[in-house]
Design a protein around this ligand. Structure first.
Ligand SMILES: Cc1cc2nc3c(=O)[nH]c(=O)nc-3n(C[C@H](O)[C@H](O)[C@H](O)COP(=O)(O)O)c2cc1C
Length: 430
């Protein structure tokens, strides 16, 4: 098995190779949170870059509760205004025979205060990270939950109508669907909380409704945490259980990731929450295998036979081929390497390189300090956000048809991205 091999989904849709550009927030929507030519420019680059499957950054179902000010959001009242732009985004992302799936999400309690002072969440449990960037959430009412379901289904229908070839429901990384799954965040005592079946009900209801509206043949994927890495949170056992439910529901592809804003394991970083729990360590075997979640994925693979994709940390051709050959996963998700070199997948597929670039290795504020004192939590949190900022700026540059800049430093990226977000926020027509 090789990353060059094709992969056939159950509905006979062929993905031309085993590499997927995993979802990454673009942050380049206009003041109405509509997509535009910048999305077309960016996804043209990634489609030309060789991946078989490309998944968009999280498209929001509700502008009031976005993950960032530059997110694309699709809403009933205004979607017609961006229909043409959505169609041309889809066209651009599909060139070169690429599959283009829209990731759909609601940020829930991970909505920044600058967007919503009182975000929505399953229960009134606030994010525990330094600073006051995230407000105390409102516990959602039954009507709020029904509205969220309708919004997910609506965005999924628009995705299909405008030419995206599939959708992915974002149920990982601590956003709303993942919050419902987590027993420490979802403390409801109605039918949406309590047992794992109840906590998974929102995700499953949305899938059932999407299948009904889009048809069995339209690919539906889910991105799921292998665990939240939080004591009393969504565990590896929960994840296996939900994977089985998803298999029964007949989804086309399950992407496995892990972590939340408090536990940014998705990008390989440690606990940045207030009172960090240092007892949950990354397993040595996982570190050695380069991909962060392969051990967890293996347990899921032992319980389900649906197609699996694993994302996080994959860099070497050898590591990717060995994961495919072991049968643990069918598709390899990659994200950050494609921010610095949108053509990196082609190079790997053609054998020009044996390893994707690991930009994150050189992007750390106070590297020496951190290794001696992991208690400098603020620095750790700033570090996590700054690293992300570096990748955001490269994405924005590509949206403007510029090449990524290797001269950009992490502090400058942090400053530039903050400045840009403030400007976007100020102009936002909320
Ligand atoms: C700038 C940036 C934005 C991201 N945005 C999203 C997102 O919108 N949805 C999502 O599911 N994951 C998002 N991620 C996580 C990636 O999809 C991926 O899981 C993570 O970067 C680990 O893969 P990597 O080691 O190949 O980068 C984002 C990551 C980065 C660096």
């Amino acid at each position: 098995m090789h990353i060059k091999d094709t992969f056939t989904l159950k509905t006979n849709i062929i993905i031309k190779n085993r590499l997927c550009k995993s979802a990454m927030t673009e942050g380049i929507a206009n003041s109405m949170n509509h997509c535009n030519q910048r999305h077309g420019n960016l996804y043209t680059k990634w489609a030309r870059g060789g991946v078989g499957l490309s998944i968009t950054g999280n498209v929001q179902v509700d502008r009031r509760f976005m993950e960032g000010p530059g997110n694309v959001s699709i809403e009933k009242d205004t979607y017609l205004d961006q229909l043409d732009d959505l169609k041309s985004w889809a066209e651009s992302g599909k060139i070169n025979g690429t599959q283009l799936w829209m990731q759909i999400s609601h940020a829930g309690r991970q909505t920044p205060q600058s967007i919503a002072k009182e975000p929505f969440a399953p229960s009134q449990v606030q994010l525990k990270i330094p600073g006051k960037a995230y407000g105390l959430p409102k516990e959602m009412s039954e009507d709020d939950i029904q509205d969220v379901i309708e919004r997910f289904v609506f965005v999924a229908k628009v995705a299909k109508e405008t030419g995206f070839t599939g959708i992915q429901l974002h149920s990982a990384h601590g956003y709303l669907l993942s919050q419902f799954l987590s027993p420490d965040i979802n403390q409801r005592d109605d039918t949406w909380g309590g047992s794992i079946d109840n906590r998974a009900k929102l995700l499953l209801t949305i899938i059932k409704r999407c299948k009904y509206e889009l048809g069995e043949d339209f690919p539906i994927s889910v991105k799921l945490n292998s665990t939240d890495f939080q004591k009393g949170g969504f565990s590896s056992e929960d994840s296996i259980y939900v994977a089985k439910l998803l298999e029964n529901e007949g989804i086309h592809l399950l992407e496995i990731s892990g972590g939340t804003y408090e536990q940014p394991r998705l990008i390989g970083l440690d606990d940045v929450s207030i009172n960090p729990d240092r007892s949950i360590k990354r397993k040595e075997s996982t570190i050695a295998r380069e991909a962060f979640f392969l051990d967890y994925a293996e347990k899921i693979r032992n319980n389900v036979s649906m197609p699996l994709m694993v994302t996080g940390g994959f860099r070497t051709l050898e590591g990717m081929n060995s994961a495919l050959n072991s049968g643990v996963c069918d598709i390899i998700g990659i994200a950050r390497p494609l921010c610095g070199d949108p053509n990196a997948a082609n190079k790997l597929l053609e054998g020009d390189i044996q390893e994707l670039p690991s930009y994150e290795k050189t992007l750390q504020i106070g590297r020496g300090i951190l290794s001696t004192s992991s208690r400098i939590l603020q620095i750790q949190a700033i570090n996590a956000f700054s690293q992300m900022a570096w990748f955001y700026i490269q994405i924005k540059r590509m949206g403007d048809n510029l090449n990524p800049s290797m001269k950009l430093g992490i502090l400058k990226a942090f400053w530039l991205n903050n400045k840009d977000e403030k400007k976007v926020l100020k102009n936002l027509d909320l």
